[in-house]
Design a binder for this molecule. Structure first.
Ligand code: ADP
Ligand code: MG
Length: 345
């Protein structure tokens, strides 16, 4: 989040389900995918693993870096959206050089802990030149969490050069691959669903909803006498396809999805009150949960959007033949790590 040009670095996403690593090299006008690897980390929860299992996670990352032959020690990493505080604030007419301080005082009472315990940043969304009022998206992340990640990286022999939120990395990956200025992002991960809105190339809203794709697996597990692995298989095979298994899996999953889409609609509604610009009607799906059969159609109908597409993070990358399958099959789970590896300043 500074203006310093970054050295070549890998992008690393600390997912709840899996850690993803990507390394992209700029060659003239081309961006070439050099390394890519994902590793499942088991069901222990993200906060627990960065704080209590540092050595184990550092060991896994070390192996990943070696396996992927990453030629750099530098890392851009993302903080999970679920640990990030973000809100649109309206700042009264202040001079340009007083803006940071004005944001500080407005943010302070909104945080659950002392403001000194957070790293803070803001994005200017609108400036009404008549009233002088500005709208900013303020983002704050707990410093102790970031320090835990830094420690894990140091233990893995790596050096962090940039930290940003997951949704910002997703925005970069989508803009790079789809050349769009605006859209809604939905990152359907294992433990949460993160929503972001970007307009004119800028993030204007983000929110994390505590419903992830693992809840779908657990719902199948609760309703049928199956193992976790079988429930996971049913989810991936049949998902929201009503024509499969006489609609039995659909019926179980749709109850969870109704809760999730209601929360998304509330987010969109809420943000439209805060913004003067229209909310884009094109949705980009990231995260591996996006591969749920029937999800695209379900969201299109339920959220009343113009288009829904699964992000292909490799669409505009040059991909060597050894990694070609990542481009031809959909791998939306690499959207964040690719976005991070494309970060330039
Ligand atoms: N083919 C699939 N269909 C539906 N869900 C899937 C599929 N593949 C993986 N998932 C789900 O995606 C989630 C993992 O997504 P991912 O983006 O890697 O999450 P995280 O970033 O939290 O680690 C898990 O809940 C997993 O069950
Ligand atoms: Mg994720």
């Amino acid at each position: 989040m500074s203006n310093v040009k970054l050295p070549p670095h890998m992008g690393l996403e600390f997912g709840n389900h899996a850690i993803k690593l990507a390394y992209v090299e700029a060659q003239g006008q081309n961006f070439v995918l050099k390394s890519l690897v994902a590793r499942e980390i088991g069901k222990i929860g993200m906060l627990q693993y960065v704080q209590k299992q540092q050595d184990r996670i550092a060991g896994i990352i070390k192996e990943m870096v070696a396996e992927a032959h990453v030629p750099t020690r530098y890392v851009a990493m993302a903080i999970p959206e679920s640990s990030v505080f973000s809100q649109i604030l309206t700042v009264p007419n202040v001079k340009e050089d007083e803006l940071t301080e004005a944001v500080y005082w407005q943010l302070k009472p909104l945080l659950p802990r002392p403001i000194e315990e957070f790293t803070k940043d803001y994005i200017l969304i609108e400036h009404d030149h008549e009233t002088g009022k500005r709208k900013v998206l303020v983002i704050a992340a707990p410093l102790n969490l970031i320090n835990s990640y830094r420690e894990v990286l140091h233990k893995a022999g790596l050096t962090p050069v940039a930290v940003e939120t997951e949704i910002l990395a997703n925005v970069r990956a989508i803009q790079f691959n789809y050349k769009v200025g605006g859209g809604i992002i939905m990152d359907f991960g294992s433990a949460s669903t993160d929503i972001g809105i970007f307009i004119n190339g800028k993030l204007v809203f983000s929110q994390s909803i505590a419903t992830g794709s693992d809840l779908l697996t657990k719902a199948i597990l609760r309703n049928y006498k199956v193992t976790y692995a079988q429930a996971e298989q049913y989810k991936r095979l049949y998902g929201l396809d009503r024509t499969k298994m006489q609609g039995k899996i659909y019926k179980v999953l749709v109850r969870i999805m109704e809760g999730l889409t209601a929360a998304i609609l509330r987010s969109l509604e809420f943000s439209s009150h805060d913004l003067t610009q229209d909310i884009p009607q094109n949705l980009y799906l990231a995260g591996q949960g996006s591969l749920l059969p029937g999800l695209k159609e379900y969201l299109l109908e339920t959220l009343h959007l113009e288009s829904v597409q699964i992000v292909n993070p490799f669409l505009r990358l040059s991909v060597p033949s050894a990694l070609a399958k990542y481009k031809t099959q959909l791998h939306p789970e690499f959207s964040i790590s690719i976005g991070l590896s494309l970060k330039r300043d």
